[in-house]
Design a protein around this ligand. Structure first.
Ligand SMILES: Nc1ncnc2c1ncn2[C@@H]1O[C@H](COP(=O)(O)OP(=O)(O)O)[C@@H](O)[C@H]1O
Ligand SMILES: [Mg+2]
Length: 265
């Protein structure tokens, strides 16, 4: 379990995150929503131990994050970003998968086995010897995700990983989420509200604060999101009615906000 207790972050005197408290269980899928600049990536970097909070505490299985050594941290939490180029270190896909594992003191033969399984499972056989930097956007992102998943961490954060991808690769990533759901703690940061369906719980951020924390079903049952989501669109399409993919992500955030406020009063 990961716990955040009144966590705040300042950069150059600006309050980036303020008084963030929540827990994240290792079998729970959370969708983190919010407008651009609301603090989602900053929060992800704190949880992954890449940034340190100015105040408050983050604990993993009861232990303060700053007391966890780097290797243990990487064994516990993986993070994947929107732009996988930031993540690649080696010159070919195969080494990229092996790289993360090399820090973990796994016997060589076992490591080889994990690399082979990962390459097969993620459909990377044909590109295993290519340079990750020259792959297509989708191939890059699948390689980045495969290399993190090969490490078998307890928790994974996906920070807008599908944003720039074509549909087939988005679907591939959705399948990965579906297969990992319940087995690991997942945080899905997204601007695509159709991806909310993969989560048990929604956290909504605004101006560095969490302003809504609730179960996905609760929000869906209110009709929020569903009116813009894929299920309704498919049903309507059967009836010969085509609707836009979604209006604008910000409009949907506003809808959830209205709901969050209505609950407060
Ligand atoms: N390295 C940085 N230096 C200064 N300001 C930053 C830095 N990183 C993020 N910010 C600011 O922090 C706020 C939150 O950014 P971010 O966490 O990237 O939000 P999101 O991921 O929700 O778009 C924004 O106002 C952004 O301008
Ligand atoms: Mg971001």
């Amino acid at each position: 379990m990961i716990e955040l207790n009144q966590v705040s972050l300042e950069i150059n005197g600006n309050h980036i995150l303020e008084d963030i408290s929540f827990t994240w269980n290792s079998n729970e899928t959370i969708c983190l929503l919010g407008k651009n600049g609301s603090g989602k990536t900053s929060l992800a970097l704190l949880i992954a131990g890449i940034l340190s909070p100015d105040s408050g505490e983050i604990k993993i299985d009861g232990k303060p994050l700053e007391e966890v050594d780097e290797i243990d941290l990487r064994k516990n939490i993986g993070i994947i970003f929107q732009d996988p180029d930031n993540q690649f270190i080696t010159q070919d896909v195969e080494s990229e998968i092996a790289f993360g594992l090399e820090n973990f003191n796994i016997p060589e033969d076992e490591m080889q086995k994990i690399v082979e399984e990962t390459i097969t499972d993620f459909g990377l056989v044909e590109i295993r010897h290519r340079n990750p930097f020259i792959l297509s956007g989708g191939e890059k992102q699948i390689t980045a995700i495969a290399s993190i998943l090969s490490m078998n961490t307890k928790f994974i954060i996906f920070d807008e990983v599908t944003t720039f991808l074509d549909n087939p690769y988005q679907e591939k990533i959705h399948q990965i989420w579906a297969s990992q759901k319940g087995k690991k703690g997942l945080i899905i940061i997204t601007q695509n509200f159709e991806e909310v369906y993969y989560a048990d719980r929604l956290l909504l951020m605004e101006n560095g604060k969490i302003i809504f924390d609730g179960k996905t079903d609760e929000v869906l049952n209110r009709g929020i999101i569903a009116t813009d989501g894929i299920i309704l669109r498919k049903l309507l399409k059967k009836e010969g009615i085509e609707i836009e993919r979604y209006k604008k992500p910000d409009d949907v955030v506003d809808e959830i906000l209205k709901y969050a406020n209505s609950k407060k009063h």
